[in-house]
Write a protein that binds this ligand. Structure first.
Ligand SMILES: [Zn+2]
Ligand SMILES: [Zn+2]
Length: 65
């Protein structure tokens, strides 16, 4: 499937495997910024290899304040 952010094919940034949402739940999670999506291959939090968008970093922005 495609990255919902950059429209490129969604590859896991950690392991490079294409992400396939195998359940309806995963599809929903993809569109919910506050839900974490995990790579089924390496169990890392899914991040798009193309644009670096992370699926599930809710409230964990590490901006220096
Ligand atoms: Zn992307
Ligand atoms: Zn992975």
């Amino acid at each position: 499937m495609k990255c919902s952010f950059c429209e490129y094919p969604l590859l896991c940034k950690a392991c490079g495997q294409p992400f396939v949402a195998r359940s309806a739940e995963a599809h929903v999670a993809m569109s919910q910024p506050d839900m974490e999506v995990y790579c089924p291959e390496c169990q890392a939090v899914l991040a798009c290899k193309a644009c670096g968008y992370v699926y599930g970093e809710s409230g964990e922005e590490t901006e220096s304040s």
